[in-house]
Design a protein around this ligand. Structure first.
Ligand code: FCB
Length: 388
């Protein structure tokens, strides 16, 4: 069984809005009210990790992990434009220090999908002030990140450009597009924001700075290689290329899809599909890592997300075992991978839905009790041995 390099990060990931609870001042909270009639569920108290983060981290440390990825909530830190909450910055500083005290390397995401109301009111990423607004937030964030080694500026800009592109269509009276590509204008605004924020964060903190990309592990169907290349660029590679020169890039992989003459083929219904409706593809991680390495041969990779939405924890273990086998094979072929952060630590608020359970740890939503699943200790043991 392969050993991993010394210092390899083994951890799990969360995002603020999915676990904290009561993020009253962001666009998701607003959407949860507006779209409730369309089946969008309410995040509410989420997992109450805003108060219980130490318990979450203690679980990780006790089980053998050495890293935790979590995000800052912009709407808490900057509730009004230019008005910063020192108390909220201190809250996230305490999270960083708690992780460090417990022997967990914090991997801090500055922006994970949510925006303060006021940013949305300005037009979000289409606002002419978007980059300046984001940079001003990043400057404040840097005041608590001085000894953090790994910083993600923006999580999955390519997915954000798809979801915000969809909302833009709805605002224009069109139906929400089901299988859309990123809105390029929004995508380019996110690239601009990253290109402005990353050097600043690097200079202010000395951290290794990058961003994370949703890897689609797209494969061409016979005769559709040109269409595949076109879609691949628009949905993923443009965002990978924006990462050239960064200290690392985050690979986030769950499944794989073919591309035919019409574009990405929706996942066919299948007994094996995950609770997201995605095809069961543990091999996707290998495709994603190798593709990222092809586009960015000189950039170290961290797997910042990989996991499966399932109610069957044995299946989670099987999926992760398959994914780690692919990861080890890619590393044996020379790809520089620095860590594996499973999505997710907790069963959490999956952007409008509670049923897709990605957690290594279940959460009782009445008592907030954490109940580790067998997969949690299984992966923790791999982490402890740094081998599997
Ligand atoms: C990614 C997101 C993460 C989570 C997983 C399932 O797109 O970054 O927050 O929802 O998918």
């Amino acid at each position: 069984m392969p050993n991993f390099p010394d210092g390899f990060l083994w951890g799990a990931a969360t995002a603020a809005h999915q676990v904290e609870g009561n993020n009253l001042n962001n666009d998701w909270w607003q959407l949860e009210q507006l779209a409730a009639d369309y089946g969008v569920e309410f995040s509410g108290d989420a997992c109450d990790s805003y108060h219980r983060y130490e318990e979450d981290m203690q679980l990780l440390a006790d089980a053998g992990y050495n890293a935790y990825r979590f995000s800052l909530e912009w709407s808490r830190i900057e509730p009004l434009p230019g008005k910063f909450s020192r108390a909220e910055l201190d809250h996230y500083r305490r999270m960083i220090e708690t992780a460090q005290r417990l022997g967990l390397t914090p991997v801090v995401t500055i922006h994970h999908f949510t925006h303060p109301h006021w940013f949305g009111e300005r037009g979000a990423w289409l606002s002419p002030t978007a980059t300046d607004d984001f940079v001003r937030f990043v400057e404040q964030a840097c005041t608590i990140l001085h000894d953090v080694e790994w910083i993600v500026t923006i999580n999955e800009p390519n997915v954000l450009a798809i979801t915000h592109g969809g909302q833009r269509q709805v605002a224009q009276g069109k139906p929400y597009p089901m299988h859309a590509l990123p809105d390029q204008e929004i995508g380019h605004a996110l690239i601009d924001a990253h290109l402005a924020a990353a050097p600043l964060a690097r200079e202010r903190t000395g951290a290794k700075v990058g961003w994370t990309v949703a890897n689609q592990a797209l494969t061409p169907t016979s005769g559709n290689e040109a269409k595949h290349a076109e879609v691949q660029y628009l949905i993923e590679d443009e965002y990978l290329e924006a990462s050239r020169g960064d200290d690392f890039v985050g690979v986030q992989s769950y499944t794989s899809q073919p591309v035919d003459a019409d574009g990405i083929v929706p996942h066919p219904e299948h007994d094996d599909n995950t609770l997201m409706g995605w095809a069961y593809r543990p091999d996707a991680l290998g495709i994603a890592i190798r593709h990222t390495h092809e586009v960015l041969p000189d950039t170290p990779i961290i797997v910042t997300e990989n996991g499966i939405a399932t109610a069957d924890d044995e299946r989670r273990i099987a999926y992760t075992q398959g994914a780690l086998t692919e990861l080890a094979a890619a590393m044996a072929d020379g790809v520089d991978v620095r860590g594996y952060l499973h999505w997710s630590l907790l069963d959490n608020f999956e952007w409008g839905r509670w049923t897709p359970t990605f957690g290594l740890v279940a959460v009782d939503r009445e008592t907030f009790e954490r109940r580790p699943k067998p997969s949690f200790s299984w992966l923790g043991e791999i982490a402890r041995r740094n081998a599997f």
